[in-house]
Design a protein around this ligand. Structure first.
Ligand code: FAD
Length: 427
């Protein structure tokens, strides 16, 4: 699809300004404001973007549209499943951003009109923008696993968006009898948090070890390999013996369907009836991005990876999990990095200065026990094709043969890293 700029549109209709939506109360810029910026989605990407936009361009109007009043972080939600963390500890409010004079609006953004440069909400209001930043996270490709839809997730939770789904999965683990099998269905690439299903297996095993020691965790995978695989497998063995089993597609791990009423998972050759089924479905960009046609056939949103501006529409920027960000995996820390680069690009455009050369970061910790963590970190840059690629030698994973104090130190780093990242976004 051709990118449509505001200038083209104005020329086409012969107007010097574009009127607001008829019949909708319109929120326009305040007196003296340099720019009206609307951020949709108040997760790691959107909250950080709103804060940094306000910081970089203090006299702009920044509106953050988020459907929920509290944000439950997926990061550290696996630790809620083990009972090591609480829902309260992963809950964040938007008070910090409101104090920074960001206009936080709790509503569902239902439409973005790239021509009128307007975001409409479920509350019947429309917000004009000069720049719109969208960080809607992911949505699920329901039905790719036959029989697995939104209703099925109420019985076989995915818990891949933190909140009621996390609580539901935790309850199922608590009600499970000792000796039961928990099956985790890991999704195909790309998906949010590549290490997440494998950290989850460890956290569930941690709970079982102390509460249901005859229990077992089986990871049913549609992938042949996964991130930090050796480190995970070593950690599983060390702390949980044979309690965790990983099955690749070659070992019959690919789940192709579910029968929710029977409580079964179906592969090409077998049918299993675990005590608890945690089905993480294939993913794509958040629904609003799909609705506004910001995604391509891959299901993710193509962007100029220097600025995160959509390749489809001018002045709309897509960050976080929803964006195609080259070699960067989909993570909270990555979303936060996108947010700052995108905010700097928009600020540069507003103030007329040149955008600095971006440097992107990602760090991901996985807790195998509360005292044993492993990590992967990477610095990224743009290559000459404009694609985000890893910088050789600037990153890597935890060493394989390391003494326990290294793993313990990484676990402490993980907790500090979480505190920093969340206060950067919401504080
Ligand atoms: C179990 C698990 C563990 C994880 N662990 C880690 C980790 O250790 N480290 C790490 O870096 N990452 C981790 N992640 C990944 C991380 O959670 C995501 O990558 C991150 O949340 C992406 O940020 P985002 O802004 O793109 O999306 P989100 O954080 O999901 O935010 C999207 C927001 O947009 C809102 N929204 C969506 N559509 C609309 C709309 N139309 N109107 C209004 N609001 C809307 C949603 O309510 C939500 O608040 C983990 C993920 C999972 C599932």
């Amino acid at each position: 699809m051709r990118r449509i700029s505001r200038r083209d549109f104005v020329k086409a209709v012969g107007l010097t300004s574009v009127a607001g939506a008829i019949g909708l109360p319109m929120i326009s810029r305040s007196a003296g404001s340099t720019a009206q910026i609307v951020v949709v989605g108040g997760g790691y990407g959107g909250a950080t973007a709103a804060k940094y936009l306000k910081r970089y361009v203090p006299n702009s109007d920044v509106v953050l549209i988020e459907k929920n009043t509290d944000y439950y972080s997926c990061v550290f939600s696996n630790e809620v499943l083990s009972g090591e963390s609480s829902m309260e500890s992963i809950k964040f409010t938007y008070e910090g951003l409101a104090k920074r004079t960001i206009n936080v609006v709790h509503a569902l953004a239902t439409e973005i009109d790239p021509n009128k440069k307007q975001v409409k909400t479920s509350m019947g209001k429309a917000f004009n923008y000069d720049y719109c930043v969208l960080s809607p996270g992911v949505s699920f490709n329901w039905g790719v696993i036959e029989g697995y839809d939104e209703a099925a997730a109420e019985k076989m939770p995915h818990a891949w968006k933190a909140g009621p789904q996390t609580v539901l999965l935790r309850k199922q683990l608590e009600s499970m009898k000792d000796g039961g099998v928990v099956m985790i269905v890991a999704p195909p690439n790309p998906y949010r948090c590549p290490a997440g299903p494998y950290e989850r297996a460890a956290q569930i095993a941690h709970y079982l070890k102390y509460h249901k020691p005859r229990g077992k965790v089986i990871i049913m995978d549609s992938k042949h390999t996964f991130t930090k695989q050796t480190l995970f497998m070593d950690g599983y063995k060390k702390h949980y013996g044979d309690m965790i089993e990983w099955r690749s597609p070659v070992d019959g791990g690919k789940v192709i369907g579910v029968d929710v009423d029977a409580g079964t998972l179906i592969t090409d050759s077998d049918e299993y009836k675990p005590a608890v089924a945690n089905v993480i479905p294939p993913q794509r960009a958040g629904e609003l991005a799909l609705k506004v046609d910001l995604a391509d056939d891959s299901g993710w949103c193509p962007v100029d990876q220097r600025t995160f501006e959509s390749k489809k529409y001018d002045d709309i920027f897509v960050i976080g999990d929803a964006a195609d960000a080259g070699e960067m995996g989909k993570s909270g820390y990555g979303a936060s990095s996108h947010a700052k680069i995108c905010a700097a690009a928009i600020a540069a455009r507003i103030t007329g200065i040149e955008q600095p050369e971006p440097s992107y970061l990602n760090t991901c910790y996985s807790l195998i026990t509360p005292e044993h963590a492993i990590s992967v970190a990477m610095v990224y840059k743009l290559n000459d094709k404009g694609t985000i690629v890893g910088v050789e030698g600037a990153g890597g994973t935890s060493p394989r043969y390391a003494p326990e104090w290294v793993r313990e130190r990484e676990a402490n780093y993980a907790r500090g890293w979480f505190k920093n990242m969340t206060s950067d976004a919401f504080g």
